[in-house]
Design a protein. Structure first.
Lengths: 477, 477
């Protein structure tokens, strides 16, 4: 007998072991109920009513703010009103950053105000503001390559233009300019940092905030984002070839420690209550908008999906756990605390993902599951296909922004990619308001979450969650 | 002989007298030069460079502000740099209104900030702000009909939604809600006034300022505009059926008297220097944007048109007078002063109109001219037709927003209607910035102004300007 090549041999063994351990499958009755849930969700406005309630009754809810407390109270009350069996909170402690006021202006040669917003963890300027000459870079690489002597004592401005994309991949570099840029500029001795907003709204005079990569307050410098039209204006002023002086006047900074909470609601499993399908979103928002797309929509999608499952005549076999995470915006504080606390239970997490990319329709699903669960994934994909969701079996799943942390501990995870074509027009700005949520598109999301969550909860078998599983996956989130 | 009906007889007499006094015509050589000017203007970026210069080097220039002074210096220098023969200013005195800060919030039942902007001539609130219950009206008529008892001591909110239209006619009611609304609310005893911004940008969290109808400061109340998404938010809060309290905190108001100036540049006529074709725009802008479309574009169109005529080998027969008017925004102060000062010379104004509706292409021309000049108008229309300008011989001409004042004194006037479909997305907001100006559309405007101004300047005969002429025209501006 010819020797089989090693990889083929390994595959044969895997296949054999797969058959031996019984592939995970979704029972036909569960598929049928999932189809009904899906179709019901498409004609149900629970999700929209939740995001309308959160944005109207609470509005902006920056982590650590007075509104953060009200948002938690809202979430507890909303879970209860939606009929969740168990509602509880888990404390999350983090440094509190506050924004009090922010102004900027070109002071020479063409005096005029500029629209800016301070970035998370930026220190304030000293009283009276910071005035310095601006030095411009077109990219993060150009800044990295800069001679510190050209930067020292100046306000660094990086004019990178973030590109629009359905899958939002332009945010990779856009967010790097915001997170890494200030740290690099500070290390080179810059006095302050400005960027062209990491946003795709080329014509809106609204700046995009977001967190920086500052970890050591002693090494941080005042950092802010210009609206795109203001970045254009600054670049036009610089193009005259004369020195341009900008004044930054930021009153913001760290203000001690704060203890908030993840808020959790459960539809308790009838057979295996200790096993959970985990879905969610983050409850905090930036302070500039009302947090409708980031991430009221995600919280609403998950809450509504769980509620629809809870409305079924029978409880699902496994628990549907909906987590409204604390302080995602300033560094995944809630989800990191959650993953640290629950890492030892990772094998009980059947499958999970959260929603944090607005309210556009889901168009792609991918998954990090064990090979034996691929057949079940195909069953899930078949139920989601009529919603316009394409299953990409070659891509890993990342678990979303917050549940990526449990995925990193070994939780089997999906990626449910939304259409983010317009997301970065509004992301982290005053324009993140309810009118950006299309009720029908939101309902499509709820349908996807309700159907997949229910099928995962009813599956015969698991999806491969185990400590350290999927460590080599190259998740796309 | 049968008696002719009176109207037919009158028409015959008019026709006869028209022939007798010689119809105004444009010489063929002037038509040819106008066609060359038109085609040259389409490939010339002078207009765009002017509006870029004004918005970059000066930016916002609210009447009476420090930037108002810089804008006048800019205009004088720009006229000179463009080769105008004569550059001068004429003083204009008006009450100065200042905006220092503006904030608003829902304080109960759902505390959260609202994006507002104070309206021109609004007084400030007393220190600590004005908190009052909101009473909502859907229209100006509903407010007019309201029992004063329902309004007294409250903040009136009018939620009228301005409609988008190519000719901008939605602004008729939109601006009435802003100008008349506060006066009516004040007369009924309201404590404050809010409106849904008179703008067509339903999804931008940017408020539209503009002047109120307050004339007597003793009868004025704090008045401000909410952005459209904030108006949505307020209406959602009101829909809960509980009393909604809003706090307005406006630091703004009248601050004495100020003397600014109309800035005028002339290409002096070679044959009849005392006879003028008057074109222009207004130099002031609101303070929130950089005044690109309102009205940097108008100033640029007129300045560039005059410059192109000035570049011809020979001076035109009559003078091209370009007027950059002072303080249009708070009540046509510059143009009213101009018309008062020059009313006695109205017969020397050959023809005029100004540009104050953004930078969209001109699609329609109409005119208020004497019947004997209709043939000349048809000649002008023929030259403009390739630019996409339709001549509506049945409509009167209004002279634009500022030169309407000279038209009211008897100046023959055109209306050159631009496509304003998007104009009210940006009008009177922070979003009035250079990126909203399309260079090619601006060049089309310059082509229209250069061609018509030149033909009017070279005409054999006049267009009927005389004291009190056109008093019965129903101008559309």
């Amino acid at each position: 007998m010819r020797r089989l090549p090693f990889t083929l041999l390994a595959a044969s063994l895997l296949l054999a072991s797969g058959i031996a351990s019984a592939a995970t499958t979704i029972p036909a009755t569960a598929v049928k109920t999932a189809e009904q849930l899906r179709d019901r969700a498409l004609h149900d406005d629970t999700g929209y009513r939740i995001v309308a309630s959160l944005t109207t009754e609470v509005g902006a809810r920056m982590a650590g703010s007075e509104a953060d407390r009200r948002a938690r109270d809202w979430a507890v009350a909303k879970f209860r009103a939606l009929g969740y069996d168990k509602v509880y909170t888990e404390a999350v402690t983090y440094p509190k950053w506050v924004r009090r006021s922010e102004r900027a202006a070109i002071v020479a040669p063409f005096p005029q105000p500029l629209v800016v917003t301070a970035l998370g963890y930026s220190p304030g300027t000293s009283a009276g503001g910071l005035s310095a000459q601006v030095v411009k870079f077109d990219s993060l690489d150009a800044l990295k390559a800069a001679d510190p002597a050209s930067v020292k004592g100046r306000i660094v401005y990086v004019g990178y233009r973030m590109q629009r994309a359905k899958d939002g991949h332009g945010y990779g570099m856009g967010s790097a300019v915001r997170t890494a840029g200030p740290v690099i500029a500070a290390a080179k001795g810059a006095a302050g940092y400005l960027l062209r907003s990491a946003g795709t709204d080329a014509h809106q005079r609204i700046a995009h905030t977001g967190v920086t990569g500052f970890r050591d307050p002693a090494k941080a410098i005042p950092a802010a984002a210009l609206s795109n039209p203001d970045a254009d204006q600054l670049e036009r002023a610089l193009a005259y070839g004369k020195p341009v002086t900008v004044k930054l006047d930021l009153d913001c900074g760290l203000d001690g420690e704060y203890t908030g909470a993840n808020v959790i609601g459960e539809i308790t499993g009838g057979k295996h209550p200790e096993q959970v399908v985990a879905i969610g979103g983050h409850l905090d928002s930036w302070d500039l908008g009302t947090g409708a797309i980031d991430d009221g929509a995600g919280v609403a999608i998950a809450m509504a999906a769980g509620k629809l499952i809870g409305d079924l005549p029978q409880r699902p076999d496994r628990t549907i756990r909906v987590i409204a995470f604390a302080n995602e915006e300033m560094g995944l504080w809630g989800s990191r605390a959650y993953a640290d606390k629950h890492a030892a239970e990772v094998s009980q997490f059947q499958l999970g993902t959260d929603s944090d990319f607005g309210a556009g329709p889901i168009w792609r699903m991918s998954a990090s599951v064990k090979p034996d669960a691929r057949a079940a994934m195909a069953q899930i994909a078949k139920v989601l296909a009529p919603l316009g969701v394409a299953y990409d079996a070659k891509r890993p799943g990342g678990g979303g922004s917050d549940l990526s942390q449990m995925h990193a501990k070994g939780m089997a995870a999906l990626s449910l990619t939304q259409d983010g074509t317009k997301y970065f027009d509004w992301h982290h700005t005053a324009n993140d308001t309810l009118d950006k949520v299309d009720p029908q598109e939101l309902a499509q999301n709820v349908a996807v979450y309700a159907a997949f969550s229910y099928m995962a909860a009813q599956a015969d078998g698991d999806f491969g969650s185990a400590p350290g599983a999927f460590a080599k996956d190259d998740a796309d989130e």
